[in-house]
Design a protein around this ligand. Sequence first.
Ligand SMILES: *Cc1c(COP(=O)(O)O)cnc(C)c1O
Length: 394
Amino acid sequence: MKKGYFDKYGGVYVSETLMPAVQELEKAFNKCKNDKKFNNELNNLLKNYAGRPTPLSFCERLSKKLGCKIYLKREDLAHTGAHKINNALGQALLAKYMGKKRIIAETGAGQHGVAAATAAAKLGLECEIYMGTIDIERQKPNVFRMKLLSAKVNPVSSGGRTLKDAINEALRDWTANVKTTYYLLGSVLGPHPYPEMVAHFQSIIGKETRKQILAAEGKLPNAIIACVGGGSNAIGIFRAFLKDKDVDLIGVEAGGLGIESGKHAARFADQKLGRLGILHGTMTYVLQDKFGQIYNTHSISAGLDYSAVGPEHSHLRDLKRAAYTFATDKECLEAFKLLSEEEGIIPALESAHAVAYALKLAKKMNKEDIIVINLSGRGDKDIFEAARHLGVKV
Ligand SMILES: *Cc1c(COP(=O)(O)O)cnc(C)c1O
């Protein structure tokens, strides 16, 4: 396969001015990923700061109810409450090794902004976060968190004033300040080497899961389910199982109000709007209208709302190595409630999409079959949104 590509997907579709920055990054990443000192330092951070390994929890009550064995990979227990810290620490450390003093990042829901600001604070780096003004209004607690962590939040009022526009601004800043600045991108998106690099830093999820399920059950699971926004938590858990053809890998997109309604974030499932295209430097499936105008996404979980999906997912889908489906807002809320009630775990609304599909898949399983759900994050951040949708006053 051509370097930086996953078959026809991926690549480096950036302006000439950004090319040297992307190449410098690729060189540094290739050096550091095999460097003993770098890896020791990162592993120490993951263990003693982020709280890894995260547990693989057996869901006793839910399993009984559903009629097969359900396990959760507990990324909700990692520091800052989601898997995003794995990537943020990896890249922030890389920035330090590259001699960069300043980190910039984009954020939509604010989760990646918080993770990036956290890693920057821990490693003593300056941090600026680009965020659309609509998102700033919607995600006030995370904006305050970033500020507490001494990050500067730069409001973006161009375009749709959400994630896509924030990424455009971050890319612009990077182009202008390449010498001093490291762009810490939040998912398996963007130009090469980002999709490969973010997958590398997130692949710890799958490596741990593989060991943990073998220790607990003496065999691999029948299926692994993860929600897919950009796709980093999904790739993170999938990668360790790609060669195990008997393990079904399933990605769940945000189906919003339903594909027919046009209000969703399902790039694969929408056969009308989800088409091959280029967004933010990478070739992949992109939601767009018939004129190629990028289509804005809508779902109950802001963290799954992005117009494109990571290029490696497009490739895995073509290969039929992973299958992709979606859960609607309604199905997500039901799963959110069920996991809270049955297991005492309030999942992130993003992660609840994966739980929602597990509820369907379990019906086709036998008693001894095993499903692992990647619980990408905790739901404390979502309680007000969930209450609003459930019609509860808090
Ligand atoms: C950001 C986020 C996601 C979506 O991002 P991916 O790159 O698709 O993993 C999923 N779950 C949680 C909890 C998040 O914060």
